[in-house]
Design a protein around this ligand. Structure first.
Ligand SMILES: *Cc1c(COP(=O)(O)O)cnc(C)c1O
Length: 255
C-alpha cells in the first residue's frame, strides 16, 4: 500500500512529466505551423489506454479535446470525467457499436466513418438518444495506403455516397467535418519530405471540395509523422505517445 504522502508525490511527478511533454509537443507543433505560414492546426491529445487521471491533469491545464480508440473505454472515461470534454472517437468503428457511442452526450467527433451504413446508424442513434445535443462532427476515413488491413474507404463511389449523405437533410444529427487517414507505418517512418499517403488524402479533399463545394478539414499526422502532415496541409494532428509516453497493452491498461 502506498502511503497518502507518496501517492500525492507520485501524482505530482506525473503531473510535471505530463505537462512538460505536452508543452514540448505543443511548442513543436506551433513552430512547424508557423514555419509554413499557417495558424489553423489543432493538436488532439490521444489518451487511449492511459488512465483518466492523466486526462484530468491535462483538463486542469486547460485542455478540452481528447481522442479515444475503444468504445467501452471512451464510455467509461466519459462517465467519470468532466462533461465539457469534447471527445473524439478515432478508433475502428463497428456498425453494432454506433449506438453505444451515440449515448455519450459529450461525444464531439467521430473521425473514422468508413461506410454509409455506419453514418446512418450513428445519425439514427443520436437522433433517438440525444436529439438536442450537438451534431456529431464526422470525418470520412480514407484508406490512403491501400493496405488490406487498414480500415477506411478508397472507392470513389462509396466515398461520394457517404459525403452526399452527410451533407443531405437526412443527416439531422451528424455533420461532415472532413477526412481522416492513418497511412502506412513504412511511409510514416521513411525520411521523405512528402508523405505519399497524406498527398493522397489531399487529392481526395480536392476532388470532394470540387464536386460538393465543401471545404473539408483534414485529420492526419501522429507522433511519427506530424511534421509532414502540417507541411502538407492538415487541420489537426493526433498525438498520443509523444505526450503520454508509451502505452500499456490493452490487457494491462486500466482506467
Ligand atoms: C493511437 C492513434 C494515434 C496516436 O498515435 P501516436 O503514434 O501514439 O501518436 C493517432 N491516431 C490514431 C487513429 C490512433 O489510433
Amino acid at each position: 500500500m502506498l502511503s497518502w504522502i507518496s501517492k500525492r508525490a507520485m501524482s505530482e511527478l506525473r503531473k510535471n512529466e505530463l505537462l512538460s511533454s505536452y508543452e514540448a509537443v505543443k511548442a513543436t507543433v506551433d513552430s512547424y505551423v508557423k514555419g509554413c505560414g499557417r495558424n489553423d492546426v489543432s493538436l488532439l491529445p490521444v489518451s487511449k489506454l492511459k488512465p483518466a487521471s492523466d486526462i484530468q491533469l491535462l483538463y486542469d491545464h486547460g485542455l478540452r479535446s481528447f481522442g479515444e480508440n475503444y468504445v467501452q473505454e471512451l464510455i467509461s472515461k466519459a462517465e467519470i470525467l468532466p462533461k465539457d470534454i469534447r471527445w473524439h472517437f478515432i478508433g475502428g468503428l463497428q456498425t453494432n457499436k454506433c449506438k453505444d457511442l451515440a449515448k455519450v452526450e459529450n461525444l464531439y467527433a467521430v473521425e473514422t466513418i468508413d461506410s454509409l451504413k455506419k453514418a446512418k446508424k450513428l445519425n439514427e442513434a443520436r437522433a433517438k438518444l440525444h436529439p438536442q445535443a450537438n451534431k456529431i462532427l464526422c470525418n470520412v476515413q480514407i484508406n490512403t495506403s491501400e493496405e488490406a488491413q487498414k480500415s477506411g474507404l478508397s472507392d470513389e463511389k462509396e466515398i461520394f455516397e457517404v459525403v452526399q449523405f452527410m451533407l443531405s437533410d437526412e443527416a439531422t444529427n451528424i455533420e461532415l467535418g472532413g477526412l481522416m487517414t492513418i497511412g502506412s507505418w513504412d511511409v510514416s517512418h521513411s525520411e521523405t519530405e512528402e508523405n505519399h499517403d497524406f498527398a493522397v488524402l489531399c487529392q481526395w479533399k480536392k476532388k470532394i471540395d470540387d464536386k460538393f463545394s465543401t471545404d473539408l478539414k483534414l485529420s492526419m499526422g501522429m507522433s511519427s509523422d506530424f511534421k509532414q502532415a502540417i507541411n502538407q496541409g492538415t487541420s489537426q494532428v493526433r498525438i498520443g505517445t509523444d505526450i503520454f509516453g508509451t502505452r500499456p497493452s490493452r490487457a494491462e491498461a486500466s482506467i
